[in-house]
Ligand binder design. Structure first.
Ligand code: NAP
Length: 334
């Protein structure tokens, strides 16, 4: 039989680690499942975090490590596994529960408070093992999105990267381009400008999306050149990237830009595929409110994987705390 917990937290980025800290303090019997051995999530790949209160300019790897150390200090339990799906119950048990409802068990009442005991347990199926808990917090985060142009797959790892802090050092005194206009693209451009000869920031519009403070840094950096209103049509190269085939959207002009490396920062895709069909999604994100409530009672969502306006470390951490508070209430009621 699968090992049982009060709470399973899926993911160990800022949301998952904050949830682990809160769950330990609430003395819940908790397991944190992490896909990779390295806790921290996307923050690990951020060179400088300038908007986490109290720690201006902290290195992302250091902040992620501090979150993990905090959870370790409270004796949080971690297991390395990749979640494939969450199951609620076998069909017969569900039918039985539905019959109970027919006999008035929950008619006219709030479902969340009246679930039969058998419906309460959630089974988390991983690649390595199966786990059960009454409450689950999905804090599975997000991963970088692909650009989807010819040459991207063929030249992956041969001059194309999705992580400037991981791969920037390979491009010392070289010419690179960053594609995108969001926070990540701007941060990457500034980071790369410290080691590259020139960095082109290629954006499809005439206005950047990223924070104004980052925009100011970009405009003030002598070796960053912004190429506006321009899309990448193809990444060119044989053994390695050698140029980009670009088109200006306003003028229609097509041109080539010779360079040594391309950093793609065109947004994120939430890691929510395992929950399709079980949880309600919106544009791929788990539909959840501020308290983390999803469409399934007892399953909560926190961090980048959930619907919300502001995806930052500080909001991920708040989500983790809120989700544990919701899970705790659910556990008291069940
Ligand atoms: P993002 O904010 O969604 O920005 C993606 C950028 O890529 C946008 O400028 C977008 O253009 C562009 N883009 C998207 N698809 C494209 C395509 N096919 N071709 C060309 N350009 C394309 O994503 P992000 O920068 O990865 O950030 C992800 C989330 O993390 C955001 O919520 C961000 O605020 C947050 N974050 C915050 C911080 C911070 O606070 N310091 C740091 C990192 C990340 P358009 O502008 O035209 O849509």
């Amino acid at each position: 039989m699968a090992k049982r917990y009060d709470l399973i937290i899926i993911g160990s980025g800022p949301a998952g680690l904050a949830a682990a800290i809160y769950a330990q303090r609430a003395r819940l019997n908790t397991l944190v499942l992490e896909k990779e051995m390295m806790s921290g999530g996307q923050v690990l790949n951020t060179y400088e975090v300038d908007n986490y209160p109290g720690l201006p300019g902290i290195n992302g790897f250091e902040l992620g490590t501090k979150f993990r150390q905090h959870a370790d200090g409270l004796e949080a339990v971690f297991a390395e596994d990749e979640v494939l799906r969450i199951e609620l119950l076998k069909t017969e048990e569900r039918l039985q529960a539905a019959e109970l409802r027919l006999f008035g068990l929950s008619s006219g009442q709030d479902e969340r408070h009246d679930l039969p005991e058998a419906l309460v347990w959630k089974q988390v199926v991983g690649k390595r093992d199966v786990y059960q808990a009454k409450a689950v917090i999905v804090a599975a985060g997000a991963t970088h999105r692909k650009l989807g142009v010819p040459g991207e797959e063929e030249l992956a790892g041969k001059g194309i990267s999705y992580c400037a802090t991981c791969d920037g050092a390979f491009f010392k005194r070289k010419v690179t381009a960053v594609i995108g206009g969001g926070d990540v693209a701007l941060e990457d451009a500034v980071f790369l400008s410290r080691m590259c000869e020139r960095v082109y920031l290629i954006h499809r519009r005439d206005q950047l999306r990223g924070a104004k403070s980052l925009q100011e840094k970009v405009f003030a950096t002598e070796n960053i050149t912004v190429i506006w209103d321009t899309v990448v049509e193809r990444i060119l190269g044989e053994e390695r990237v050698r140029a980009l085939s670009l088109r200006n959207k306003k003028t229609g002009e097509a041109f080539e830009l010779a360079l040594d490396g391309v950093f793609i920062a065109v947004g994120i895709t939430p890691n929510t595929r395992p929950y399709e069909g079980l949880l309600e999604l919106e544009n791929g994100y788990i539909r959840a409110d501020e308290e983390g409530n999803t469409s399934v009672p007892g399953i909560y969502a926190a961090g980048d994987a959930r619907t919300k306006r502001l995806r930052q470390i500080v909001t991920a951490v708040a989500d983790g705390a809120n989700a544990v508070t919701s899970a705790e209430r659910y556990l008291i009621e069940h």
